[in-house]
Design a protein around this ligand. Structure first.
Ligand code: UGA
Length: 433
């Protein structure tokens, strides 16, 4: 059992901290945002994540988990300090390391003995060294410490499961002592451990996300060819995915990837490559295809409705994927303003992301958590998120409520023949119309 301080209570920090407490450690989750900490203390969780509430309640009750904004005190009590602050995309596409640097300085200032400092934030190669240098400088080398890279691979919506049953842990360290502590910390997760250097661990995180993003853009390009060739991309995915060298996951064509990771990490990797004088053409194409998928949806709506001036369009799903209220880089953020710009009246549905969506889109569209009220009286319906409510849509009722039975499906949720038999004009991604 270790005393752990986790700095940053975003997705990664909160979920990792809670899971390390569940694994038997004493964890203090810290944040400079006093409001967030007050909420957490009162049991209000800032993110929607299945299973997280229960684990928080359980471990707070066991006195294994607590929350504080007193970061210096948390640093001084901890044996292991996990940095899990955001590294947002800067205007140039690079990862913005402001928060990581700030935390490193705070650690340097309050260091009071040997500690292991673990970097969980997604950071460019070389950041581990930079963090080490900053802490050394600020602490004037009064105490020994080790820096470790331990990237996170959890997915939003299944974050607790992805952590408690992680497929692998990647640990980058130069010190044998720190490596051993990190290996022991991961024992309860009974997972495979990849032991490596800090630089390789930092690279693994970007390479993993960029590879997954590449799979998606590859299938979206194949989908665009399928549309021209009269082939069905879902069958192509099935047909290639059964080859174990390819694998069945992340081959779903659609409206493109969003979220806080793939768009940011592909852009950051491009920058990392450029900083080493390498032109990473493949990742540029991945990013370009991804933006193109959003444009395709608008073109499909126009191909059915003609001019969008005065037309009423329902958007089903705002979040970048189901089971999250996260709107970061969600396709809806590009598609809705564009439809609005083309003169359409846009009505939107989402079960939980409306408050987040409103912050970004304001009042250029209307919002409802009632699916059928959203669909009622619209000229076309556009599906952007594969929520279970949308998958189990009553299609007969949908058809009755709409002005025209036009469905543009960015997530390939429905069977083509069934939609045809029901009398819909159904345009999906990479499948025959
Ligand atoms: C992603 C990675 O999957 C995690 O392993 C990683 O830890 C995380 O980023 C991160 O770096 O923090 P996440 O952004 O939560 O996780 O979402 P995913 O489930 O990976 O989906 C990303 C996007 O790809 C979504 O917009 C989704 O709709 C899209 N997608 C996914 C497709 O379009 N097709 C697919 O076949 C799969």
């Amino acid at each position: 059992m270790k005393n752990i301080a986790v700095i940053g209570t975003g997705y990664v920090g909160l979920v990792s901290g809670v899971c390390f407490s569940e694994a038997g450690n004493h964890v203090i989750c810290c944040d400079i945002d006093q409001g967030k900490i007050n909420d957490l203390k009162r049991g209000i969780i800032p993110i929607f994540e299945p299973g997280l509430n229960q684990l928080i309640d359980k471990n707070v009750a066991r006195n294994r988990l607590c929350f504080t904004s007193d970061i210096p005190k948390a640093i001084q009590r901890a044996e292991v300090i996990i940095i899990a602050v955001g590294t947002p995309m800067s205007r140039t596409g690079e990862a913005d390391l402001t928060h990581v640097k700030q935390v490193a300085k705070t650690i340097g200032k309050h260091l009071n003995g040997y500690k292991i400092i673990v970097n969980k934030s997604t950071v460019p190669v070389g950041t581990g060294k930079m963090v080490k240098n900053l802490i050394s400088e600020i602490s004037r080398d009064q105490y020994a410490f080790d820096v470790v890279s331990n990237p996170e691979f959890l997915r939003e919506g299944v974050a607790v499961k992805d952590t408690m049953q992680m497929e692998r842990a990647v640990i980058g360290a130069t010190s044998a002592k720190a490596m051993e502590v990190m290996v022991q910390l991961h024992k309860p997760f009974t997972t495979k451990v990849v032991k490596t250097t800090i630089e390789s661990a930092e690279m693994i995180k970007y390479a993993a996300n960029a590879f997954l993003a590449t799979k998606i853009s590859f299938m979206n390009d194949i989908a665009n060819i399928c549309e021209r060739a009269g082939a069905d991309v879902t069958k192509v995915s099935e047909g290639i995915g059964l080859d174990s060298r390819i694998g069945q996951k992340f081959l779903q064509a659609g409206v493109g990837f969003g979220g806080s990771c793939f768009p940011k990490d592909t852009a950051a990797l491009l920058h990392i490559a450029e900083s080493f004088g390498y032109d990473f053409k493949l990742i540029k194409a991945v990013m370009e295809t991804n933006i193109g998928q959003r444009v395709q949806i608008i073109k499909k709506v126009e191909s059915i409705l003609g001019s969008l001036e005065g037309k009423s369009i329902s958007i089903l799903g705002l979040a970048f994927k189901p089971n999250t209220n996260d709107m970061r880089y969600a396709p809806a953020l590009d598609i809705i303003p564009q439809l609005n710009h083309l003169g359409a009246n846009v009505k939107t549905f989402d079960p939980i992301a409306i408050p987040e969506a409103k912050k970004q889109l304001g009042y250029i569209c209307s919002y409802s958590d009632d699916l059928y009220e959203t669909i009622r009286g619209t000229d076309a319906c556009v599906i952007l998120t594969g929520w279970k409510e949308i998958k189990s849509l009553d299609l007969e009722k949908t058809k009755r409520l709409m002005n025209h039975p036009f469905v543009i499906d960015g997530r390939n949720l429905f069977d083509l023949t069934m939609m045809q038999n029901l009398g819909f004009t159904y345009v999906s991604v990479g499948r025959p119309v």
